[in-house]
Write a protein that binds this ligand. Structure first.
Ligand SMILES: C[S@@+](CC[C@H](N)C(=O)[O-])C[C@H]1O[C@@H](n2cnc3c(N)ncnc32)[C@H](O)[C@@H]1O
Length: 282
């Protein structure tokens, strides 16, 4: 087929107009999205969320549903590597343009995709503005992240999880004003041997309950809590234990009936040993 000028005209017009149309795309608050609409996190809260995460240049930040890219770009501005996963192609293109305009395209990356399909296993920080239903669906994946991985969210809580801390923008802010920080807990459910007896933990996200069995068979109840890879538990009438969990071992200091250094090793198969990627803020 010979491309005559009249035939070429629509193609030429498209080549010139298409980029201009893309550049002029402007999202609006409440714009429909696949599983949640677009509402941007206000810039002051973006900074507050990154502060709560104690972001460093060693971090790899992931925003699931990254919108216009502001969270990812702000994280890159602080020297971290950051990735946004966004379903809407026009939002992805806008976020990429924003990253280029900020001179941060090397560290602030964006991919088009579904957050529920995304691999974010390498994240050291998740920074999210999602609905409770979205967070509920993603939570089992959060629990597979390295203990101590920080999850900062805008306003909506992760059901069944206890936040470590929160920070509010105050009265001048009307809606979506609170940053909350969660730490992915180590997995300790199962049976552990202490020199003084056997510990059995049940775990509900960060909350621990269980039983300590002394060599003679006497049983004592145990309650405790995890904060990333840090553990604290009380053996009723015996002592208070604090320490760190590292795969199949945990160790620390105890005070009370038993005091001093303690170390426990896992007796059941439990979880795989966890890679030490220096995730938790120390
Ligand atoms: C509430 S906005 C948050 C935007 C950004 N994270 C921020 O804090 O400014 C949610 C974003 O998620 C996107 N989204 C909705 N469903 C999605 C899905 N299944 N996968 C990826 N992105 C999705 C929407 O298009 C929207 O941009």
């Amino acid at each position: 087929m010979i491309l005559t000028v009249p035939r070429l005209l629509p193609l030429l017009l498209w080549l010139f107009i298409a980029p201009a149309v893309a550049q002029s795309f402007e999202p609006y608050e409440g714009q429909p999205g696949k599983d949640v609409v677009w509402v941007p996190t206000r810039h002051a809260l973006v900074e507050r969320m990154l502060d709560l995460a104690t972001l460093t240049e060693r971090d790899f930040v992931v925003d699931l549903g990254s919108g216009d890219g502001r969270m990812v770009i702000a994280a890159a501005k602080r020297g971290a590597r950051a990735l946004g996963v966004e379903y809407e192609p026009e939002m992805v293109a806008l976020a990429r343009r924003n990253a280029v305009a900020a001179g941060l395209a090397e560290r602030a990356k964006f991919v088009q995709g579904d957050m529920f399909e995304a691999d974010f296993s390498q994240a050291t920080v998740l920074a999210l503005f999602l609905l409770p239903t979205n967070l509920r669906r993603l939570a089992p994946k959060f629990l597979e992240l390295t203990p101590g991985t920080r999850v900062v969210v805008n306003t909506y809580r992760i059901e069944g999880w206890d936040e470590e801390t929160s920070s509010d923008l105050g009265d001048a802010c009307a809606s979506w004003c609170t940053a909350l920080l969660y730490l992915v807990p180590a997995k300790v459910a199962g049976v552990w041997r202490l020199p003084t007896g056997e510990l059995e933990f049940a775990q509900e996200v960060q909350r621990l309950s269980g039983t300590f069995t002394a060599p003679g068979g006497r049983k004592m109840s145990v309650t405790g809590r995890l904060s990333g890879d840090r553990i604290r538990f009380t053996v009723a009438g015996s002592g208070e234990y604090t320490g760190r969990v590292h795969g199949g071992e945990m160790a620390g200091e105890a005070k009370g009936g038993f005091s001093g250094y303690w170390k426990a090793t896992r007796l059941d198969s439990g979880t795989e040993p966890e890679p030490d990627r220096g995730r938790s803020p120390k």
